[in-house]
Ligand binder design. Structure first.
Ligand SMILES: *[C@@H]1O[C@H](CO)[C@@H](O)[C@H](O)[C@H]1NC(C)=O
Ligand SMILES: *[C@@H]1O[C@H](CO)[C@@H](O)[C@H](O)[C@H]1NC(C)=O
Ligand SMILES: *[C@@H]1O[C@H](CO)[C@@H](O)[C@H](O)[C@H]1NC(C)=O
Length: 218
């Protein structure tokens, strides 16, 4: 009997690594953060929890109460779900953070002001407003630029300097029953100058002379 060639060993090894990768990825817990009665709870959940079901989350996930300052994080590498009731809490949790896979659920009937939330590196956004009006969850794929990964490695020091994909979410989108819309502007060296009417952008400290892919979600 001929011994198996080194080539097939290599192939089996590669398949094994691939399978392991898929397995661990499927097993990865998601992060759920919710604010309720002035407390912030941060949870690690192995399953998807029905939107805004706080007691189920406390039961099914591993949760702890965190102080507002302690929750300030600049990047989330895994799936992040946030249940929120107003923009101030959401701004505190998310403004100028790096998140790839984000789900936002509005858990109140509040009307939200037109205010923008800046997120770096967003690939997929899901939005749910079930507490406000009964519409199905919406999903938006913003980019799948895999090659940009190394540039977006979250480092606390460099942070936004390495951000290539910049998304602006209009908070007022949660008031509407219409479909999520977005448009992206690629390689615009100076976004603020290309959108003179969008003077608000100029107040964002990150928009300098750099090349970003900027996406507006509204
Ligand atoms: C994953 O979530 C479960 C609860 O759903 C929790 O018991 C477990 O500790 C979490 N694992 C990690 C690594 O956080
Ligand atoms: C995010 O930060 C910018 C700049 O400080 C601010 O103008 C904006 O209102 C903040 N967005 C939210 C939702 O808090
Ligand atoms: C971009 O940078 C160059 C020099 O680095 C500067 O002269 C120019 O004014 C900048 N443009 C804007 C819009 O900031």
């Amino acid at each position: 009997m001929a011994p198996p060639s080194g080539h097939s060993f290599f192939l089996i090894g590669a398949l094994g690594v691939f399978a392991l990768n898929c397995f661990t990825r499927a097993q990865r817990n998601g992060t759920l953060i919710f604010t309720k009665e002035n407390t912030i709870r941060k949870c690690s959940c192995s399953a998807d929890i029905r939107d805004c079901d706080y007691s189920l989350a406390n039961l099914m996930c591993s949760c702890k109460t965190v102080l507002p300052l302690a929750v300030e994080q600049t990047s989330y590498s895994d799936r992040l779900t946030i249940w929120f009731t107003d923009t101030s809490a959401l701004g505190l949790l998310l403004n100028f953070t790096l998140v790839r896979d984000l789900k936002l659920s509005l858990c109140s009937t509040n009307t939200l002001p037109t205010e923008y939330l800046a997120i770096c590196g967003l690939k997929r956004l899901r939005v749910s407003t079930e507490a406000k009006h009964p519409s199905p969850e919406q999903s938006l794929l913003i980019h799948d630029g895999g090659e940009s990964e190394p540039r977006e490695k979250p480092t606390l020091q460099r942070g936004w300097q390495t951000c290539m994909y910049l998304s602006f979410l209009d908070m007022a989108l949660f008031n509407r029953e219409s479909a999520l819309k977005s448009y992206s502007v690629a390689n615009s060296a100076s976004v603020a100058n290309n959108f003179p009417y969008f003077s608000y952008l100029k107040t964002f400290p990150v928009l300098n002379n750099k090349s970003y892919v900027v996406t507006f979600i509204y």
